[in-house]
Ligand binder design. Structure first.
Ligand SMILES: Cc1ncc(COP(=O)(O)O)c(C=O)c1O
Length: 390
């Protein structure tokens, strides 16, 4: 008898669903909730970017584009990446409908059933789930936590990157911990991966939301790699340009990989919307000040939140050097999902449970600090209340 099941195939049913959503669903729709559970800014996209999209629409930009993106956008991104990391050509750029789509398409291009993918965690869950959709094995490699920060045990990671490993996925600055990899560690990983033919997928979504230098630029594998290295960097307009709802991203890739990626874009979305790509050109060409301003706002918000959290007894945290999250251990959150559900029900404070980012995140909660000081203060008041503090 043929199977009559109407459910998705087994591998899809086995995927973890988002526990952040589970908490949010419990609290969304309530007017009094102060939510910091999702990773997005609390302000709209800068006006000059919105105006560029409106202009493009009014000019009739409503048609399909090339799979890899319109030439002006590929050129603008290539110049931008060249200025940050060294010579990059438009042939090395693929435009995608979001950073998420960049990750999915890159994985489709590189990873097949049974392949072994090593992923540094705790991590935004999507990266761990994507290889599983394609029948690959996701092997997680945990960072270790101390109040001095999150730490990568390089020797152990290199042992884990066995010659039969297809790819290693590293997100830095990291969601949720704010951990940022240093260039010496990148060199060690790159050399090891060269030796064994392992692909590096660098998720650089937060590279401009780094607080360790004036340029607001985290160390990148792109800065040390050669054109023939097995390196792909994925990126997005969502965070640095505050464009989460637009769904626009890109991939920096070896030019030999571009035709395969173009085909995959054809069979996923065919192309990103033209008027959104036009706005992307404006964001890149005219957006540097806006990126730096957003970075400075986030840094102020981080400092304010971390200072306040440090005053709460028994809260253990470390200063995030990038991204937009405080990730901290708090008494009572041993079951972080239950804790966050109770928190939203009892006080209307919305945080993301650490378990959403892997087992090593259990006991922690994540707080997105891309918010005004006023809203952060309101959230802190509720957290104090929940802990029985005045
Ligand atoms: C680590 C990381 N990578 C990629 C993305 C993708 O962002 P988007 O799909 O909005 O471009 C996110 C979004 O939260 C993220 O946290």
């Amino acid at each position: 008898m043929p199977s009559r099941s109407l459910s998705a195939r087994e591998a899809v049913q086995q995927l973890n669903s988002s526990t952040i959503r589970e908490v949010a669903n419990a609290g969304m729709g309530r007017k009094d909730v102060v939510a910091f559970w999702f990773g997005e800014p609390d302000q709209v996209t800068p006006e000059f970017i919105r105006a560029a999209a409106v202009d493009a629409l009014n000019a009739g930009d409503t048609f399909y584009t090339q799979n890899l993106g319109i030439t002006p956008l590929r050129e603008a991104i290539a110049d931008y990446v060249s200025a940050l990391h060294g010579q990059t050509s438009p042939d090395n750029i693929a435009v995608t409908n979001s950073g998420m789509s960049a990750l999915m398409i890159t994985t489709q291009a590189l990873v097949g059933p049974g392949d072994r993918v090593v992923i540094v965690t705790p991590l935004w869950p999507n990266l761990v789930e994507i290889p599983k959709i394609l029948g690959a094995e996701s092997v997680t490699f945990p960072l270790t936590f101390s109040t001095d920060g999150w730490n990568l045990d390089m020797e152990r990671l290199l042992t884990e990157l066995t010659p039969d490993t297809r790819a290693v996925y590293i997100n830095s600055p990291n969601n949720p911990t704010g951990w940022t990899i240093d260039v010496e560690s990148q060199r060690a990983i790159l050399e090891h991966c060269r030796r064994h033919g392992i692909w590096i997928l660098a998720d650089d979504a937060y590279e401009r939301l780094y607080f360790g230098n004036d340029a607001g630029l985290a160390p990148s594998f792109l800065g040390i790699a050669e054109p023939d290295d097995r390196l792909v960097s994925t990126n997005t307009f969502s965070k640095a340009w505050q464009m989460t709802g637009w769904r626009l991203g890109w991939i920096v890739l070896p030019r030999e990989l571009a035709p395969g990626v173009a085909t995959l874009i054809e069979y996923n979305t065919s192309c990103a919307p033209g008027f959104i790509q036009s706005a992307g050109v404006t964001a890149i060409l005219e957006g540097e000040d806006a990126v730096l301003q957003f970075n400075a706002r986030l840094k102020r918000a981080r400092d304010f939140l971390m200072e306040q959290l440090a005053q709460l007894p028994e809260v253990e945290t470390s200063l995030p050097s990038g991204a937009m999250y405080a990730f901290f251990r708090i008494p009572g959150a041993q079951d972080s999902l239950e804790f966050c559900k109770n928190l939203v029900n009892s006080t209307g404070l919305g945080l993301a449970p650490g378990i959403a980012f892997g087992p090593e995140g259990e006991g922690f909660v994540r707080w997105c600090f891309a918010a005004s000081e006023e809203r952060l203060a309101k959230g802190l008041e509720r957290l104090r209340l929940a802990r029985g503090m005045p």
